[in-house]
Design a protein around this ligand. Structure first.
Ligand code: HPA
Ligand code: MOS
Length: 762
């Protein structure tokens, strides 16, 4: 993998929050957080702690000059707790100290008395108690109400899906620096600079123009910094303005794991009706989303679950309902796929269970129901340029699926204690923020007099390579060497009203805006060059590899000379531009519309090998046909696909979040929360580009790549449980994710009945 940051990364030269040279006098913020998941503060005494060594101040909600409110979609989230506590890790006070050490010590000097109340952690429990974030939402098409007895086979079941820790390498953090006139500059590790700016303005009681947010890059985010980088940035700004000193706040790993939300755990009920051949006629599902203590982005995430509830399939009668349930866990949040993966996992579970009942391979049911052009998604949009069938067939042919399957069967015949399983996983993922208004971006391009180019956009580089892509599209638009392009930090004074870099749209929205800005300048260059060369038609001027051509003929005018002359003739070498995705809308009273600019398709073939005695497994291979459109940068795109696949596998296999009934996170370190390492990653990942794919909405006809490959990981789950069934064919597996080695064993074998221990005499 090679992108603009690679060399800096491997040399350790890339700067993250913890690497910036701090201004003289910078103070450090440490958070005092709730020790209980539900309770009322009876007494909070910070005076002792304030007198501690190296302590400058301790701030509570009483120190907030504006509103104590940072809720994004729903205004239900305080920056600092007032009376009630809703989850373990909820921020109560900010300790401002000369050093992190001093701040940590002062934590223990704060006195707090809490009336503890019972906590809800389980999503079904929350639902039964009526603890909801908002009203349920239903998407439907056709009629699922009546016809169940018309179908040859009806299968019902429950699916339970675990959450996932983002585990960005760089933990949440920010540095706030005072500027003259009660203003502040925040250097933040956020996907959404404007989200931070808006929340800071509200909390500080200041107009947005007094708050500048600047982002160089993030050490990973995966959705975890779409909304949840905000509190730490706002807290640092609050302390900074109160004390008129720079303030740094960087969570250590254990605080980050405890305080921040994760991918939402879901529980779901489904009902699926099929013909005896395997054609799906009806599907009904209810998704119970464990939102945690406040809304955060949960409602939008739940909505995307509903959008992706049928994955790549066309189902004529459908009704899917999402219920966001409030529990006493840290607010769960955006995570790669944004609810889509949970929706897809449930339909794949339903197909798996239906295949058992029908005695037809799941792959046959999948194949028979793929969406094709002209089929309507139940949210009103028609499938156009659907590559679902193409990708599926190409995967079967290119990887010789029948042969792979035969090999699995042969292996299973020859091995008693190791069993293999094979699964296909088609993916169809909609591209655009489902909140249509977010699909906008700005760009600002300057050409300097030496011919070098500066590009600002709203895109946040978080390791995904968006800067490399934007560099590439700008270099191609001007036809200059890529080394002439610099991507600037993402800054709210250069690009206003940014949407978070999210929903896989970063390169699409910002790349398109950068192209428009570049073309504006290019047009002026053409006009000038025509005049300079005494030619009639500016549109016959072309720049190719930094040389000016007229009507296909090379001239003597080169890029640097051209730029200098343009400047000298007082023609503007800068352009601001704006891009908004065309053709999208969604009507929330009907839940119909055209929410996505386009869809990304693909299919993975996944083979796993399970050790039947130990319950451990290997993902042997993941072979993918993926619809990249016309890739802007194949290495960046392959890197995203591979990373997504491994992360998706981790979610459903080894990554298990465990809380006790008091809402305390037990998997609170990397010794107890296992993520895939190089040993547990698939032995072989093969990815082929779907040929002849194109996309009118993507820069240079590319397609978005960030999220879609994540869901190939679902295939790993079903390959593992297939392998288990190849050991015990009659096994009725409970669909619970993740399928950890422990769960493999618990599904394969009856628990050993232990008799009460007899008294031992020595
Ligand atoms: N994806 C990510 N973030 C979002 C979305 C989405 O579809 N909608 C609103 N915020
Ligand atoms: Mo992403 S989960 O849309 O930040």
């Amino acid at each position: 993998m090679k992108n603009t940051d690679t060399m800096k990364h491997v040399r350790g030269e890339s700067l993250f929050i913890d690497d910036f040279t701090l201004p003289e006098g910078t103070l450090h913020a440490v958070i005092f957080d709730s020790p209980v998941a539900n309770g009322k503060i009876k007494l909070l005494d910070i005076e002792n702690a304030k007198a501690g060594k190296g302590i400058i101040d301790i701030l509570t909600f009483k120190d907030i000059p504006g509103q104590n409110q940072i809720g994004n979609i729903i205004q239900d989230e305080t920056l600092l707790a007032e009376k009630e506590l809703h989850y373990i890790g909820e921020p109560i006070a900010i300790i401002i100290a000369e050093s992190v050490d001093a701040g940590e010590k002062a934590k223990h000097l704060i006195q707090i008395d809490i009336e503890e109340l019972p906590a809800i952690t389980d999503v079904r429990d929350a639902f039964e108690k009526g603890s909801l974030i908002t009203d349920p939402v239903t998407f439907s098409m056709g009629n699922v109400e009546k016809n169940w007895d018309l179908y040859d086979v009806v299968v019902e079941g429950q699916v339970d899906i675990g959450g996932q820790e983002h585990l960005y390498l760089e933990t949440q953090g920010a540095i706030a620096i005072p500027a003259e006139g009660n203003e502040v500059k925040i250097i933040s590790s956020t996907q959404g600079p404007t989200v931070v700016q808006r929340a800071a303005a509200k909390v500080l009681g200041l107009p947005m123009h007094k708050i500048e947010v600047d982002v160089l890059r993030l050490g990973g985010a995966f959705g975890g910094k779409e909304d949840q980088a905000t509190p730490w940035a706002v807290m640092s700004a609050l302390a900074c303005l109160k004390l008129n000193r720079p303030v740094k706040l960087l969570l250590d790993r254990s605080d980050d794991l405890r305080m921040t939300g994760k991918r939402h755990p879901y529980s779901a009920d489904y009902k699926i009706g099929l013909s005896k051949e395997g054609k799906i006629a009806a599907y009904e599902a209810t998704f119970y989303q464990n939102a945690g203590a406040v809304a955060d982005l949960s409602t939008a995430i739940l909505e995307r679950t509903l959008f992706h509830a049928t994955n790549s399939y066309f189902i004529p009668n459908i009704k899917v309902t999402g219920i966001s349930c409030k529990t006493n866990l840290p607010p769960n949040t955006a995570f790669r796929g944004f609810g889509g993966p949970q929706g897809m996992f449930v339909i794949e579970s339903a197909i798996f269970k239906a295949s058992e009942k029908l005695k037809i391979p799941a792959t046959e049911i999948q194949k028979m129901n793929l969406i094709k052009d002209g089929d309507q998604f139940y949210y009103g949009q028609n499938a156009e340029n659907s590559n679902a069938i193409k990708c599926f067939n190409m995967a079967i042919e290119k990887y010789n699926f029948d042969k792979l399957k035969e090999n699995v069967v042969r292996f299973n015949k020859q091995n008693k204690l190791f069993k293999k399983g094979i699964a296909l996983m088609p993916v169809c993922f909609g591209i655009s923020f489902t909140s249509s208004f977010l699909n906008q971006a700005g760009a600002l391009v300057h050409v300097y007099t030496d011919g070098s180019i500066s590009v600002s956009t709203a895109a946040i580089e978080m390791g995904q390579g968006v800067n490399q892509k934007i560099k590439t599209v700008v270099a191609k638009t001007f036809s200059v060497d890529i080394s002439r392009i610099k991507i600037e930090t993402t800054n709210t004074t250069r690009i206003a009203n940014t949407s978070a870099t999210a929903a896989s749209t970063g390169a699409d929205l910002n790349g398109n805006a950068a192209i428009i800005a570049s073309k504006n300048i290019l047009e002026r260059l053409q006009k000038f060059a025509a005049k300079e060369l005494g030619k009639e038609y500016p549109n016959l001027i072309e720049i190719k590899n930094e040389t000016v051509f007229y009507d296909g003929n090379e001239t003597t005018l080169k890029w640097e000379e051209l730029i200098w002359k343009v400047y000298f003739n007082r023609i503007c070498l800068s352009s601001q531009a704006y891009y908004a995705t065309p053709d999208i809308y969604f009507n929330r009273s009907k839940n119909k519309g055209h929410p996505f600019a386009y869809h990304v398709y693909g299919t993975a073939v996944v083979i796993s090998k399970v050790d039947i005695l130990r319950g451990i497994y290997e993902i042997e291979s993941v072979k993918v046909i993926h619809d990249f459109g016309k890739s802007i940068d194949t290495k960046v795109d392959l890197g995203q696909a591979e990373g997504g696949i491994v992360q998706g596998i981790g979610w459903l296999t080894v990554e298990e979040l465990v809380q006790n009934s008091e809402g305390k996170l037990l998997s609170n370190s990397l010794s107890t929360y296992k993520i895939p390492d190089i040993y547990s990653a698939p032995k072989n990942i093969e990815i082929h580009f779907l040929e002849d794919s194109t996309n009118n909405y993507g820069p240079l006809k590319s397609k978005a790549i960030g999220e879609p490959p994540f869901m190939y990981g679902i295939g790993a789950y079903f390959s593992i449980i297939s392998a288990m069934k190849n050991f015990k064919p009659g096994l009725d597996i409970k669909i619970t994710a993740p399928i950890t080695p422990e769960r493999v064993l618990m599904n394969l074998y009856e628990p050993i009945k232990t008799t009460a221990p007899t008294k031992q005499t020595h």
